[in-house]
Design a protein around this ligand. Structure first.
Ligand SMILES: N[C@@H](CCC(=O)N[C@@H](CS)C(=O)NCC(=O)O)C(=O)O
Length: 207
């Protein structure tokens, strides 16, 4: 299986972390976003919107980070720990996957790509959305639960981790969210987990 990725992508980090947690053999293909390789015909055949991550496993071609999490969990975790079969927990997982692609994308991810990559996004608006998200969704859930869905780690935790773990570098303090900070540390302590790298680590002090 091949993972098409880029080290600066929090979306791609989801796939990288899951492959590592499940110890799945794979080849890494870094797509050169800076030179526009993601918009070239070869790559558009894999990901029509020209985005990372993408996963190719034989005839299976996936162009979305949360679909990659679902695929890996169903294919490589026979015990269904990462995507439980229990209807209520599976539905909770889906709720948090949706949170990762909507509110986390608009809040923490928006702050990161506005600050570091010049995206045409209102930075202050993204910061405000991040605080609302932490205050309304994450802190209450994590006050009485160690994990986002059910009582064990799932793909919901993996999907939501990256952009929140990286948000302080983007200028949004998590000081007021102790439950979320403890949750981030619990995820980072999971056997096989790889934490998200900071922009400064990847790009050097010019970031
Ligand atoms: N729905 C996609 C979104 C992925 C995404 O936005 N990837 C960004 C990098 S973090 C990208 O490739 N952007 C380049 C572009 O859209 O042109 C997913 O969840 O995988």
């Amino acid at each position: 299986m091949k993972l098409y990725t880029h080290p600066l992508s929090g979306h791609a980090h989801r796939a990288t972390a899951m492959l590592s947690l499940l110890n799945v053999d794979h080849e890494v293909v870094v797509v050169d976003l800076q030179s526009g390789a993601h918009k070239q015909p070869d790559y558009l055949n894999i990901s029509p919107m020209g985005q990372v991550p993408a996963l190719v496993d034989g005839d299976v071609v996936l162009r979305d980070s949360t679909s990659i999490l679902t695929y890996l969990a169903l294919k490589h975790d026979a015990d269904r720990r990462w995507l439980p079969a229990d209807p209520a927990i599976a539905a909770q997982v889906q709720e948090w996957l949706t949170t990762s692609v909507k509110e986390v994308f608009e809040g923490p991810c928006g702050a990161r790509i506005s600050k570091f990559f010049g995206a045409a996004i209102d930075y202050d608006g993204a910061v405000e959305k991040t605080h609302n998200l932490m205050r309304i969704m994450f802190e209450p859930r994590l006050a009485h639960n160690d994990w986002l869905a059910g009582d064990a780690p799932t793909i919901a935790d993996v999907a939501n981790y990256g952009y929140i773990a990286a948000v302080e570098e983007a200028g949004v303090s998590l000081a007021d969210y102790p439950n979320a900070r403890e949750w981030l540390a619990r995820i980072e302590a999971l056997d096989g987990f790889v934490r998200i790298q900071s922009v400064a680590e990847i790009m050097g002090s010019s970031a």
